[in-house]
Design a protein around this ligand. Structure first.
Ligand code: NAD
Ligand code: UFG
Length: 338
């Protein structure tokens, strides 16, 4: 696909890494982001890494008119849609914010696309749509079930995309279900910059290692796993970013909706991740075993074989690469983009 690619949420964690990959592949990139969970500095750094320019439009998907204006003003060929809220816990406290941002925002985006004849989109979904998986590794045809309002917004958007495709066969849609995105660009120049106390394991580990936080709480040591801690499929964000380019390329050869797991196919426990981080970086990560976190699933990891056979994509970077790159980012930027 040639021409301009609109990246919603492109200033965010996964979006910024994907912008690097897009620019390096020669795409002309426009980012639409309301900066509610990101900083323009991320975009400046993407330009620094790639030595290329991209346009940042500060705008909100909830504002229908401004989304339409973006399509009127630019010759957009396709969209990678990252923008949305993503904190599972917060979604149970503020469900309407999640429905407004994620579902209503996506409806505005798709309307603006349809109005302007732009019918190619790659959407950020999540393995949270599998709820508590019945069989492992998780395949794309596993039963779907939302365990949080956040997960329900992802499922609702997936349904919206399927309905849209049924109504108009010209749509080309790729739904990517990410497992646990972690790590940072190998330059150490861009990475994950959570606001406040991190909800997720990897940024918490890095912040403990750099001395910002005293110790990590490991949520539950009595799960039915080899060492008692939960197992996840941690995927390097640079592998994930590459997956978006593969999905974008595939859109030209497909019609309708394709859905892919983006994971490594390997599960690692919380204790394995801590051990790998300490070994790779030489930094101690003091931790304390505490109660389980409500809502956590014991074991989740992907069957990524469909993405490999249809997209020609597979994750290449290891857990050690993830730890080394997350640490380089954290060490060079203890305060994130601040
Ligand atoms: P992020 O918060 O770093 O990036 C999301 C970006 O969207 C932010 O820059 C934010 O400012 C912007 N945004 C939010 N609401 C907006 C709105 N209404 N209008 C315009 N911009 C808006 O998150 P991320 O980790 O990069 O995640 C990107 C996408 O991937 C999200 O849709 C998320 O749900 C999904 N996802 C993330 C993970 C993960 O663990 N990081 C896992 C599975 C799926
Ligand atoms: N964990 C800790 N201590 C912490 C943080 C996490 O022990 O301080 C544990 C959790 O209990 C879990 C594992 O580390 O066992 C991974 O937790 P994360 O919060 O990093 O990731 P989750 O698998 O819970 O969820 C993430 C995203 C969700 C998304 C899901 C699937 O946060 O938004 O992946 O994509 F839905």
């Amino acid at each position: 696909m040639n021409g301009q690619i609109l990246v919603t949420g492109g200033a965010g964690y996964i979006g910024s890494h994907t912008c690097v990959a897009l620019l390096q592949a020669g795409f002309d990139v426009i980012v639409l982001d309301n900066l509610s969970n990101s900083k323009p500095e991320a975009i400046r750094r993407v330009q620094h890494i790639t030595e290329k320019n991209l346009r940042l439009i500060r705008g909100d998907l909830r504002n229908r008119d401004s989304v339409f204006d973006v399509f009127t003003a630019h010759n957009i060929q396709g969209v990678i849609h990252f923008a949305g809220l993503k904190a599972v816990g917060e979604s149970t406290e503020k469900p309407l914010d999640y429905y407004q941002n994620n579902v209503a925002g996506t409806a505005n985006l798709l309307e603006a696309m349809a109005h302007n004849g732009v019918k190619s989109v790659v959407f950020s979904s999540s393995c949270t749509v599998y709820g508590v998986p019945e069989t492992l590794p998780v395949r794309e045809d596993s039963p779907l079930f939302a365990v949080s309002p956040y997960g329900q917004t992802k499922l609702t958007i997936e349904h919206m995309l399927l309905d849209l495709s049924k109504s108009d066969p010209d749509w080309r849609i790729s739904i990517l279900r990410y497992f646990n995105p972690v790590g940072a660009h190998s330059s150490g120049v861009i990475g994950e910059d959570p606001m406040g106390i991190p909800n997720n394991l990897m940024p918490y580990v890095s912040q403990v290692a750099v001395g910002m936080r005293e110790e990590l709480s490991v949520f539950g040591g009595d799960y039915p796993t080899a060492d008692g801690t939960c197992v996840r499929d941690y995927i390097h964000v640079v592998d994930l970013a590459r997956g978006h380019l593969s999905a974008l390329a595939q859109l030209s050869n497909q019609s309708g909706v394709s859905t892919y797991n983006l994971g490594t196919g390997k599960g690692h426990s919380v204790l394995e991740l801590i051990e790998c981080f300490e070994k790779t970086t030489g930094q101690a990560v003091p931790f304390r075993m505490v109660e389980r976190r409500p809502g956590d699933t014991p074991v989740v990891y992907a069957d990524p074989s469909l993405a490999e056979s249809e997209l020609g994509w597979r994750a290449e970077l290891s857990l050690a690469d993830i730890c080394a790159d997350a640490w380089r980012w954290q060490r060079n930027n203890p305060e994130g983009y601040a």
